[in-house]
Design a protein around this ligand. Sequence first.
Ligand SMILES: Nc1nc2c(ncn2[C@@H]2O[C@H](COP(=O)(O)OP(=O)(O)O)[C@@H](O)[C@H]2O)c(=O)[nH]1
Ligand SMILES: [Mg+2]
Length: 346
Amino acid sequence: MWSAAGRAEEVLVSYDWSEVFIGVDAARVISNPEEATEGRRGWFRQVREGLTKSTKALQQQFAAILFDRFDDELWERIEEALIYADVGVDTTVSIVEQLEQAAEAGSIRDSRELLAKLREIAAGHFCAKDTRIDVAHTPAVILMAGVNGTGKTTTIGKIAWHLRELGKIPLLVAGDTFRAAAVEQLVEWGNRVGCEVVRHERGGDPGAVVYDGLVAAQARGADVVIIDTAGRLHTQVNLMRELEKVVRVIKKLVPDAPHETLLTIDATTGQNGLLQARLFKESVDVTGVVLTKMDGTAKGGIALAISHELDLPIKLIGTGEKMDSLQPFDPAGFAGLLFDDSLVRG
Ligand SMILES: Nc1nc2c(ncn2[C@@H]2O[C@H](COP(=O)(O)OP(=O)(O)O)[C@@H](O)[C@H]2O)c(=O)[nH]1
Ligand SMILES: [Mg+2]
């Protein structure tokens, strides 16, 4: 799907949104070819832009490092820089250990080679599971989970838009019945994308609306059902029970579903996002993470911590509030941009 190598400027990225999904026929892509080309170029530019704050912060950290000797002080400085970027202690220690071993083995001679090795090792720390989204079912069911404000509803709108572009018929289910505004927001996205939204009155039972949504999808031949859920954090236990109940309702109608349970994590919350992911993982079978608000954080390293420490693939990253501010995730491409050559001079 991707090829990414060497210096950031040389990273070759080619992708097609039909390759982001399992079960989407590339021949059905309805965007015009010029737009598709723009999309390919767009990944590199958008993710780099999204990582601007992270890169700047890392540049400052790396500027203070002298690369004249590969000694303990150097490894400590690099460790500090990675932890500062929210790569997480465990992941940082593992990466720097491998870097040290590579240096001892004589495969790193200067700062540029060190950075190239860092990119390679970091990319290898991302969870190796499939980053694609499985919609190869009729209907395919995607459950969206995550704490309030992390970007569930927005991400649903963005995914639905891409699916529509690819000729699929999405149907959205307003399972966050707790907040009236949440239902309105989903309905608005449905209007923008041009797809149906199944909703109940505010305060209703999420299980009931999910049930109705799946029945409607089957009756009307929708291809992909995307279910929004509530994310109240102050009632953690209730929230998890509610999610588990939603999953049980889904299984009654579509036994092998949900085919994807995507967890949205707000990248600006740093290590807190890691704690949230742990909690959700205990209750539901999370198949992947959508890391949102990448554009608003200097802590882009959190992507590594989440993926490595929780063994969860990051499937998408949010780089803004617009319809097309959603990007597929590529471990090598991402590591290439996070640790690009601007971190060292000369
Ligand atoms: N900058 C930025 N804002 C985002 C992104 N994703 C979501 N948002 C914004 O974050 C806020 C909360 O998003 P929402 O989808 O309502 O979160 P939910 O409560 O989990 O459904 C909204 O103002 C969104 O526009 C992103 O990738 N980047
Ligand atoms: Mg919402």
